[in-house]
Design a binder for this molecule. Sequence first.
Ligand code: ADP
Length: 398
Amino acid sequence: MKILVVNCGSSSLKYQLINMENESLLAKGLVERIGIEGSVLTHKPEGKDKVVIEHPMKDHKDAIKLVLDALTDKNHGVISDMSEISAVGHRVVHGGEKYSSSILIDDDIMKVLEECSRLAPLHNPPNLIGINACKALMPNTPMVAVFDTAFHQSMPDYAYMYALPYELYEKYGIRRYGFHGTSHRYVSKIAAEQLGKDIKDCKIITCHLGNGASVAAVLNGKSVDTSMGFTPLEGLVMGTRCGDIDPAIVTFLQDEANLSSKEVNNVMNKKSGVLGLSGVSSDFRDVEDAAAKGNKKAKLALDVFYYRVKKYIGAYAAAMGGVDAIVFTAGLGENSPEARYETCKGLEFLGVKIDEEKNKVRGKLTEVSTADSKVKVYLIPTNEELMIARDTMDIVRK
Ligand code: ADP
């Protein structure tokens, strides 16, 4: 069975075609500048050179059409006909409180997904546009939605409720939802395998540290808390997002700095995080380089970032009554020995001991703790696309 995984942004589209017989990647690619001048598709068939196709694309349907053409092309294609694609798995950011697992898409589901757009106005609408575009071009191919929020629907009410008037939850759905669920689910499963234990007997803290970053407490295979909240702004310091701040800062900025709600939102989402603190970049590589060269603000940005992750690890160990394993994943978690080391430094009292030699590794599944570390620390590369493909296959087979 071959499954196409699609992740649609407002002007971009990422895809992977996966052969589920052996879970191997057949091709992957990225479409950029959809609906903007200079639309381009970068298509990478496995084992062959990438091809860059510049072609006007007025909308996502044009983009999907071009992707399907590339996948079936005589020279750089990997399948002979579109009918070889058994199903399409779509990444959907927000499933609200409706979905605690992935789901086969039908007309009723589309209506609910449209309602969920209210909760994720930046992310869900492009996801839905992608689904509609695929449906138009592949009307007989089953489509599955895999939600970023679904894995966290198992959180207990005392973890997902904010101490705001209860009516705001009832009226607007204001609560913690959590994101990156597909990644937290994938790496926690692998961590349990590495521990050689049934995931139903594991206390795992997963740190997804990329441009967007979040931590999750995974108790017995279920998410019981996570750092992102009503939106992906809460929690850790990120590339450009502030994470946790005193909520009174929002009204202070409106009243004292005369910023509109849109402007405050823009500051918190786009101008804060390690970019805002360092003034250097939102990319951790640049900030690490600047700090190594003596830039004090860059060093401060990293210190604030590591300290926040460490605090969440401590909090989640408390929430679960202990921890068996800590996992680092995503761009920074997989590639920065420094980030893993600095985050775990000082957690020896919990039984966490990093092996500095083993920790000198990038992008490869590795146990980076010492042999006598009570808590195991792992680098586990995430693979959200594979998780989406697995869910899609399971649902289609049923
Ligand atoms: P997202 O999917 O949220 O865009 P990624 O998981 O791809 O993010 O992570 C991207 C981030 O990972 C980059 O912004 C960069 O800061 C960080 N990163 C990638 N490689 C390295 C590296 N070698 N050293 C330090 N940071 C890295």
